[in-house]
Design a protein around this ligand. Structure first.
Ligand SMILES: [Zn+2]
Length: 314
C-alpha cells in the first residue's frame, strides 16, 4: 500500500501541474465567458482532489498507527477523478458540431423536413446513432451516397438530396449524446494536412493525421468532391485503412456509389471501395434536388423563418 501510494503521489503532482498548465492556457486563449470564472469543484486543476488519510503500516512508540495524507484516486483507474469541467473542455475539441458552420449546428433529426422520399434514410441514420456504442465496438461505418450513374437514368438527382444535411443531423446528435467525434469536409481534411508543411506550423503532419485516425467517430462530408491527386489518394487511403477495426466508426457522404470510387481515385479507389463495402452500412440518397426546388420556390411572406431553416441543403 505504501509503495503504491508513494508512486501515485509523485505521478499525480506532475499530472496535476500539467493539467493546470493546459487549463491556464485554455483560459487565457479563450474568449468564452464560461471559462473566465474558476471552477468551484476543482479550482481549475481539472481533477477532483479529496485528501484522505491512509495507514502507512508503521506504528509510533505508543503503538498507534501512523497515518499519512493522500489525494484520493479512482479505485479502478488508480488516477485522480477528472472534474466535469475538464471533461467538457476536452469535449470542446472533439465534438462533431464544433467543425460545422452555425447554421449546420441547427440541423437536428427532430426538426428535419421528412417526407416519403427521405423518411427511411433518416430512420436508418437515427437508428445508427442510437446504436452507436454497438457500432463502435464492431467498427461499423456508414456510407451515404447519391450517384449520377444511378440517379440520372431514372430522371432523378444525385445532388441536393440532403446527404450533408443528414450528416449534420448525425453529428449534432452525437454531440448531444457527448460522443467524441470530429466532423470535417474533404477540403478541410486535406487543408489541415497541407498546413503542416508550412515552416511555422504548430502541428506536425503526424499529429494531424493521428487526430483524424484515432478519433472514435469521424464524419467526412462530401468526400471525393474534387478530382483526387496522387497525394490526396495516398493520404485518404492510409487514413481510411487505419480507421478499420474496432472502436472506430467512420461516417462518409459522397456523390459516388461504393463500386464507382475508382473513377475519382484511380490509384487506390478499388481498395477504398472494398474497405467501404466491407465495413459500411450503405444508404443511397437520390431523388429530387431540394436545393433547386428551394431556389425555384418563392418564399411567401407568411412563411416563418423557422420553416425555412428546416429546408434541406446538401
Ligand atoms: Zn472543475
Amino acid at each position: 500500500m505504501l509503495r503504491k501510494m508513494a508512486g501515485f503521489s509523485s505521478l499525480d503532482l506532475e499530472e496535476l501541474k500539467r493539467r493546470a498548465e493546459i487549463l491556464r492556457s485554455q483560459t487565457t486563449n479563450s474568449t468564452s465567458s464560461s471559462y473566465s470564472s474558476v471552477c468551484p469543484k476543482c479550482h481549475d486543476t481539472g481533477t477532483i482532489n479529496v485528501i484522505e488519510l491512509v495507514d502507512t503500516g508503521f506504528t509510533n512508540s505508543k503503538g498507534e498507527s501512523i497515518m499519512r495524507e493522500q489525494i484520493k484516486t479512482d479505485p479502478i483507474t488508480g488516477k485522480l477523478p477528472l472534474c466535469e469541467c475538464y471533461k467538457d473542455k476536452l469535449f470542446d475539441k472533439y465534438n462533431a458540431s464544433a467543425g460545422m458552420k452555425p447554421e449546420e449546428r441547427m440541423r437536428l433529426f427532430d426538426s428535419a423536413d421528412i417526407d416519403d422520399e427521405n423518411a427511411s434514410k433518416f430512420e436508418i441514420a437515427r437508428a445508427f446513432v442510437e446504436q452507436i456504442e454497438h457500432h463502435l465496438a464492431a467498427g461499423a461505418w456508414l456510407y451515404i451516397f447519391g450517384d449520377a450513374a444511378r440517379a440520372r437514368p431514372r430522371g432523378l438527382s444525385e445532388v441536393g438530396t440532403g446527404k450533408s444535411y443528414l450528416t449534420h443531423c448525425i453529428g449534432n446528435e452525437l454531440t448531444r449524446a457527448k460522443f467524441k467525434a470530429i466532423y470535417v469536409t474533404e477540403d478541410k481534411l486535406f487543408g489541415d494536412i497541407k498546413a503542416t508543411y508550412n515552416r511555422d506550423s504548430e502541428e506536425s503532419e503526424g499529429e494531424v493525421l493521428s487526430r483524424y485516425q484515432d478519433v472514435p467517430i469521424l464524419l467526412i462530408d462530401d468526400l471525393f468532391k474534387s478530382k483526387q491527386t496522387d497525394w490526396t489518394e495516398d493520404k485518404l487511403f492510409h487514413l481510411l485503412n487505419n480507421r478499420l477495426g474496432p472502436n472506430k466508426v467512420t461516417i462518409i457522404n459522397s456523390n459516388y456509389a461504393p463500386n464507382r470510387i475508382e473513377l475519382v481515385c484511380p490509384k487506390t479507389g478499388s481498395a477504398i471501395s472494398s474497405r467501404i463495402l466491407g465495413a459500411a452500412l450503405n444508404v443511397e440518397m437520390i431523388g429530387k434536388d431540394r436545393r433547386r426546388q428551394q431556389r425555384r420556390t418563392e418564399v411567401p411572406k407568411w412563411t416563418s423563418s423557422n420553416s425555412m431553416q428546416k429546408r434541406f441543403v446538401d
